[in-house]
Ligand binder design. Structure first.
Ligand SMILES: [Zn+2]
Length: 177
């Protein structure tokens, strides 16, 4: 039974809801309920106690990212980074979700580069906020986009920056930097 005397333990119904959300969240990136349960058991054994749904999600997604990165599957890695960013944003306000979101965007850049249809990338910022609209259309080489990671935009006025990268075809040389 959950120990409600500890100030750090959530009421069991909240914990069950949080666990369900974590299971659904990793499910969207191809990690099964069984894998979640197995990891949960393993972490409990290792710590000799609790394994929070967030800890289980983090362990599973971090390994998935390592797998995708080794396979140079940037599309796959990007989706998992995005799942991590969404989880932090929704459940761990003290953590900085922006770093995970930036890694998701960097993976998207590497994916665009790998597909070889585009010469560079540009910020798609029209659908976000006035600050991001100013960044809209700014072009970056693949290397600079990854190195500088300008999105999510630090100046974004929304709680979640909606800027993304889009590929720029070789013949369209506008505002190249
Ligand atoms: Zn914005």
């Amino acid at each position: 039974m959950p120990d409600h005397s500890s100030p750090t333990s959530a009421p069991s119904h909240t914990l069950a809801a949080l666990r369900a959300e974590a299971v659904a969240s990793v499910g969207r990136v191809g990690i099964t309920d069984a894998e979640f349960a197995r990891e949960e058991r393993l972490l409990r054994e290792q710590s000799g106690g609790e394994a929070s749904p967030g800890d289980v999600l983090w362990a599973l997604t971090t390994r998935a990212i390592e797998r995708y990165t080794r396979a140079r599957d940037w599309d796959g890695a990007g989706l998992v980074y995005l799942a991590q960013a969404r989880w932090l944003h929704a459940h761990e306000p003290a953590a900085d979700y922006r770093e995970s979101l930036r890694l998701a965007h960097s993976a998207a850049v590497l994916d665009i580069q790998k597909r070889k249809h585009h010469a560079r990338v540009a910020v798609e910022g029209k659908r976000c906020c006035p600050a991001c609209a100013e960044l809209d259309g700014a072009e970056y080489s693949f290397a600079r986009a990854v190195e500088e990671g300008p999105i999510p935009n630090a100046a974004c006025e929304l709680p979640w920056c909606k800027c993304t990268w889009r590929g720029v075809a070789p013949e369209k040389r506008r505002r190249a930097r």
